[in-house]
Structure formats: structure tokens, C-alpha cells
Design a protein around this ligand. Structure first.
Ligand SMILES: CC(C)(C)CN1C(=O)[C@@H](CC(=O)N[C@@H](CC(=O)O)C(=O)O)O[C@H](c2cccc3ccccc23)c2cc(Cl)ccc21
Length: 334
């Protein structure tokens, strides 16, 4: 339909790489996944927009799942780069209402839970590793749980009992923790602090000190501790991908995960993260997209990056032993 074509245009504008990945998906769930992504992007845009007054933001987050059924609802007061999905939300929600009921129920339930979770963290960022897991569950783990429900309810992954809620949650946490680690400088510059205070306060009095050269040792120690925490999800990621049977679902799911392990490897013990953005090069990303076609190749990709991390672990790093343990545990699964 022309409405769906417009939605794919929105997807292309909000995330070129994700647009390319979703193109590979089986037609049975391609539209549902495109709309799921756009609806989540709209919700994330509300959460991220610091110009929206607090009480209005809370109302929007709690009502969001109902806007899916509000014929003409749009939000024109956002100044975010991704405001296009809010200003044209009525086009997205119209296509959403044409989706099969089983997909609509999955997407609206995830939006309701995610909106509630975002409200819970609207006044304070995660203070501990436990709260970090809780926050990442709301903004990313639920996405994994939703994706798994879409895969299984579509029949592409017939009642795959191995795709449990817990390991679906882990896929989201692995991606989100990698983003939080990678985006240290961008977030701190926008006064957003996702690195838990319980962790960074072991190394410095103020998280902004990590960008000062005299604190680069402490910065690296904190960074390596957070990367070690993220690596604990790798075994769930590999177990999840090992249980996928549909080839297009496999690639769609594996590509962001291999991007994440490559990003974590580049971030490990890398002081450049505190004064610039550490991103994997375009060429490497394209290679990874083409390589992540089956579980054997994905295990090899993970082994390659885990080995690169292992060789960079230094004995004087306080997390060295824990990092080595997580790397070895992950390599055993691969
Ligand atoms: C918060 C997040 C990590 C879940 C965001 N998220 C993802 O990161 C995208 C990838 C993406 O958007 N990457 C960015 C690059 C970047 O942010 O640097 C891009 O612009 O391409 O992937 C995830 C995603 C894709 C496929 C399967 C998944 C299973 C469990 C959890 C998430 C899954 C995603 C699937 C959906 Cl439906 C919605 C959002 C996401």
C-alpha cells in the first residue's frame, strides 16, 4: 500500500543500516517489523527529547500504546532529529491498525511496558549494574522479547521453546550496553549519564573527569569493567542464534549482534572513546553484514573479536581476571 511505502521511507530516513537489514526479512513479518521499529523509534524520540516538559512527557509515555489506535494522533512539538516519525505518526498507526491482530497485540503490549519503564527512569539514570540491567530491559530487552514473539507467532520459528524470554532479553541488553559504552562522550555532552554511578564512583569523583588526560588510567579501568559486564550476555546471544531456523530471521537478528561484538572489541581499553566516537569502519560493517549468514560463521566472528580482546587484557587492570573469565566462557560456547 502507499501508506506502507511511506513507512519504509521513514525507516530509510531514521536508520539506513536497519532499513537494509529489514529488507532481508521474510515478507510474512517484514511489515510488522518495520512498523514495530518505527513505533519504538517514536517512543524513544519522546523519551530522548529534553525539550518536552516533564509532566507532558510522562503523559505521552504512559498513553503511547493507546496512540496506536488514535486515528489522527501526531506529535508536532518535538525538535529531535527523528521527529518525522512523531509528526507523521498517524500514517504509521494507520498501517499498524491494518496488521494482523496477533502482531498488533505483541507490539502494543511491548509499547505499554516500555512506556512504563521509561517513566520509572525519567527522573534518574541507572545508579547500579542491577539498575542498568533493569533500564536496558525496558528500552531494549523488551524489544528482544517482542521480536521473538513476532518470529514465533508468524510461524517462521514454530513454537521454538529455546527462544526464552530471558535469552531474548539478553540480546537487547547486549546491544544497549554496547551503545551505552560506545556513546560515553555523546551522552555526557548532552548531560545524559547511563554509566552507573556505583561503577564510575570507584574510579573518580565526577564522571566528566574521564575525558581529562590525568584520569585516563581510571577511565580505562571503568570502561573495561563495563565491557566485562556486557560480555556476560554473549553466551545467551550465541544460544539464541543457534536456535533460529529461518535464514532471513537469522541474518536480521545476527547482524546487529556481530556489529556489537566488533564495537565492544574496538572500545576495549581504548582511550579514544573519551574524546571522540569509536565506531567500526563502514567497510568492516559491510563485511560483517555479508559474513553473518549462518551460526558457524557467526561463532567464528565472535571468536575472532573475543580473541582480540583476550590478547589486550593487561594484568594490572582490576577487571583482568573477570574479563578473562567472561571471554573464556564466551569462547567455549562458540
Ligand atoms: C534499543 C535497541 C538496541 C533494541 C535498538 N535496536 C537496534 O539497535 C537494532 C539495530 C539498529 O537499529 N542499529 C542502529 C545502529 C546504532 O544504533 O548504532 C542503526 O541505526 O542501524 O537492532 C535491534 C534488533 C534487531 C534484530 C533482532 C533483535 C533482537 C533482540 C533485540 C534487538 C534486535 C532492534 C530491533 C527493533 Cl524492532 C528496534 C530497535 C532495535
Amino acid at each position: 500500500s502507499s501508506g506502507m511505502k511511506t513507512c519504509y521511507e521513514f525507516l530509510k530516513k531514521t536508520s539506513r543500516s536497519f532499513y537494509a537489514v529489514i529488507e532481508m526479512l521474510n515478507p510474512e513479518i517484514k511489515d510488522a517489523m518495520c512498523l514495530f521499529y518505527l513505533v519504538l523509534r517514536a517512543l524513544d524520540t519522546v523519551e530522548d527529547d529534553m525539550t518536552i516538559e516533564k509532566s507532558l512527557k510522562i503523559k505521552l509515555l504512559s498513553q503511547f500504546h493507546k496512540f496506536l489506535y488514535a486515528e489522527s494522533w501526531n506529535f508536532t512539538k518535538s525538535c529531535s532529529n527523528d521527529r518525522i516519525v512523531l509528526e507523521n505518526f498517524s500514517v504509521i498507526s494507520k498501517e499498524f491498525r491494518h496488521l494482523n491482530k496477533k502482531y498488533r497485540e505483541i507490539i502494543s503490549k511491548i509499547c505499554m511496558k516500555m512506556g512504563k519503564g521509561m517513566i520509572k527512569f525519567s527522573n534518574s539514570s541507572p545508579q547500579s549494574l542491577k539498575e542498568l540491567d533493569e533500564y536496558c530491559h525496558y528500552v531494549a530487552g523488551l524489544v528482544g522479547i517482542g521480536c521473538t514473539s513476532l518470529f514465533t507467532s508468524s510461524g517462521l520459528e514454530t513454537n521454538n521453546i529455546k527462544l526464552t524470554t530471558d535469552i531474548s532479553n539478553s540480546l537487547g541488553l547486549f546491544l544497549q550496553k554496547t551503545n551505552i559504552i560506545r556513546d560515553y562522550l555523546e551522552d555526557v555532552n548532552q548531560n545524559r549519564y547511563f554509566w552507573p554511578k556505583q561503577v564510575w564512583s570507584k574510579y573518580v569523583e565526577n564522571i566528566e573527569y574521564f575525558s581529562k588526560p590525568e584520569f585516563s588510567r581510571e577511565a580505562l579501568q571503568c570502561l573495561n569493567e563495563l565491557i566485562t559486564n556486557a560480555l556476560a550476555h554473549v553466551s545467551d546471544v550465541i544460544n539464541y542464534l543457534s536456535a533460529i531456523s529461518d535464514e532471513s530471521v537469522f541474518r536480521f537478528t545476527a547482524i546487529p549482534q556481530v556489529m556489537a561484538i566488533a564495537t565492544l572489541e574496538r572500545c576495549y581499553n581504548n582511550v579514544l572513546l573519551f574524546n571522540g566516537v569509536v565506531k567500526i569502519r563502514k567497510g568492516e560493517a559491510i563485511c560483517l553484514m555479508n559474513e553473518a549468514t549462518n551460526i558457524t560463521k557467526v561463532k567464528l566472528i565472535f571468536m575472532r573479536y573475543l580473541n582480540k580482546i583476550r590478547y589486550r587484557i593487561t594484568a594490572r587492570d582490576p577487571s583482568a581476571i573477570q574479563t578473562m573469565r567472561e571471554v573464556e566462557r564466551a569462547m567455549q560456547i562458540c
